[in-house]
Design a protein around this ligand. Structure first.
Ligand code: FAD
Length: 510
């Protein structure tokens, strides 16, 4: 979409980034700060100008496939026996342009778990500066927050919330859950108004925040939209560029895959980087035998739907505004594995009262591990995504604990007064077996898949990349996006993906 200066001038980019999402947009902006480095960003979706995103993409209350910029992936039926939507943004800004806009960091305990795997350099104290670098926010303590980063992060106040969201916080407090005021501060656990990357109703995606007009004018940065990358091209074990779906090749000194958890893994596999048996079955020459796609994991999302009293429900925006962030009885010390979110993402025509809302129960630390494999070599074919949701008894138990807590809050004043009745799973679903069946029937992906190409130490057999995203055993090829996060975190991942791109840009390129 923008000019193609590097190829017209016959100059090979120093770094070719595939995918302009949460991570890719950050890298393109940071790596092109050095005017000597030529950076080319290829994005499969449209590359709208920073102030030219369609309303459905800019509006923070329109999410996932409703934005009209989604890859359209569905999962394999798996344990639950039915496919679910696996939303991914297909636009400059990637999934940060279609997501819920919650902007919350991972916790120190999450990074400690990564360190237990032998991963160095990613302790909370080592990445806090990167979280601060990305952020501009007016609130909170200076030690914890960044004031001048590209990404706006705003803490909603109680007054910003809908009556349902306010009542949800108050009912949680009546159940002994502490009220907290800064989800990215030192005491994030409890009931709070959300922290979001939303300003005046606009979801500020990374294509807006990092690739603003000034950055896009840099002569050493070229951004091309509507370009589908097929695979990486190698000379021996060195990456030398990428082949596009239209059959042309683009050379580069270094290739960085930032095509997301599904996209980067699929490109690696088509390139011959993956489990050798799988590749041979598709007659793809093996470049590196690595466990790409073998440790895919996504967080779980279950909706409890309520019919509401039409005279009491009041305003329904922001759609996502308050959260209880807490720990189940199964979690590790310091981790917060349950999200309970009062949301107005409910079609009121489904309610007998004409009004309703949901409490979404998110389970953040699943032990069920899925997989991503190729259905074939064609880059237009969707990968096979098996999230393997609810495969373990522990995952089902944690989720059901979250549902029971949400119900206790819903039964407590002042939220109880707004509720007419529970529609789904319904008041009669009380036993473990009832709830297991209900969860299995309507569980959804939280939209947070990670770990299809995890980081790890040299002796970690799960690891596809090292701590700076270099693909093991190869040169000139990095992966930097959600696929390298090695283990689930207690928060939604967008800020942590942006932080990871900042972290690797600082340590590998400055
Ligand atoms: C519906 C939904 C709601 C979510 N809500 C939240 C939330 O509220 N808070 C939060 O923190 N996180 C949320 N997330 C998760 C978060 O947005 C993602 O974890 C994060 O954006 C992932 O960043 P990424 O850089 O790995 O991938 P992406 O941002 O998805 O970027 C990948 C980019 O690569 C492009 N691409 C892929 N394949 C190719 C190819 N072959 N050739 C060229 N380009 C390609 C894609 O089009 C895309 O632009 C949500 C996600 C979804 C889908």
């Amino acid at each position: 979409m923008s000019s193609s200066s590097t190829e017209e001038a016959g100059t090979r980019p120093d770094v070719l980034i595939v995918g302009g999402g949460s991570a890719g947009a950050v890298l393109a902006a940071r790596l092109s700060e050095d005017p000597q480095r030529r950076v080319l960003l290829l994005e499969a979706g449209p590359a709208y100008p920073p102030d030219g995103y369609p309303d459905k993409v800019a509006d923070s209350d329109v999410v996932g496939g409703f934005t009209g910029h989604d890859w359209g992936y569905m999962t394999e039926p798996g344990v639950i026996g039915r496919p679910v939507a696996a939303f991914r943004g297909k636009v400059l800004g990637g999934s940060s342009a279609v997501n819920g806009g919650a902007a919350v960091r991972a916790l120190p305990a999450d990074f400690a778990r990564w360190a237990e795997r032998g991963l160095r350099g990613w302790a909370f104290d080592e990445v806090l500066r990167d979280y601060r670098t990305l952020e501009n926010t007016p609130g909170g303590e200076d030690h914890w927050h960044g004031r001048s980063g590209p990404q706006p992060v705003r803490q909603l106040s109680y007054e910003d919330l809908t009556p349902v969201q306010q009542a949800f916080i108050d009912a949680a407090a009546a159940n002994g859950i502490v009220k907290t005021s800064d989800l990215n501060g030192p005491s994030p656990a409890g009931a709070a108004a959300f922290t979001k990357n939303v300003v005046d109703g606009i979801r500020v995606n990374t294509g807006m925040a990092y690739l603003d007009s000034a950055v896009r004018r840099r002569p050493n940065l070229e951004i091309r939209g509507d370009v589908l990358v097929d695979r990486v091209v190698f000379s021996g074990s060195r990456a030398t560029g990428v082949a596009l779906a239209d059959g042309t090749t683009v050379q580069a000194a270094e290739v960085v895959l930032s095509a997301g958890t599904y996209g980067s893994a699929a490109i690696l596999l088509r390139s011959g980087v993956g489990p050798s048996g799988d590749l041979q079955a598709l007659e793809i020459p093996v470049v590196a035998d690595l466990p790409v796609g073998r440790h895919l994991v996504d967080q779980l999302f279950y909706y409890i739907a309520y019919a509401a009293r039409p005279d009491l429900i009041g305003a329904v925006t922001p759609a996502v505004g308050s959260i209880v962030w807490t720990a189940s009885s199964h979690t590790e010390p310091g981790e917060l594995d349950l999200h309970l979110i009062a949301q107005h993402t409910f079609d009121p025509s489904q309610s007998p009262t004409g009004a309703g809302f949901v409490i979404a129960v998110g389970m953040m630390h699943p032990s069920s591990i899925g997989s991503l494999t190729l259905a074939g070599r064609d880059p237009d074919l969707a990968p096979r995504i098996d999230l393997n949701m609810l495969a373990t008894a522990e995952d089902r138990a944690r989720l059901i604990e979250g549902i029971r807590l949400a119900r206790r809050i819903a039964a407590t004043s002042p939220l109880a007064e707004i509720i007419d009745s529970e529609l789904s799973p319904g008041a009669t679903a009380t036993s473990e077996a009832d709830l297991e069946a209900a969860v299995s029937a309507t569980i959804e992906s939280y939209g947070h898949p990670i770990a299809s190409a995890p980081m790890g130490a040299d002796d970690d057999s799960r690891a596809v990349v090292d701590r700076l995203g270099n693909v093991r055993g190869l040169t000139g090829l990095r992966v930097v996006d959600a696929s390298i996060l090695p283990d689930p975190i207690s928060a939604a991942p967008n800020l942590t993906v942006i932080m990871a791109a900042e972290h690797i840009a600082r340590l590998a390129y400055q």
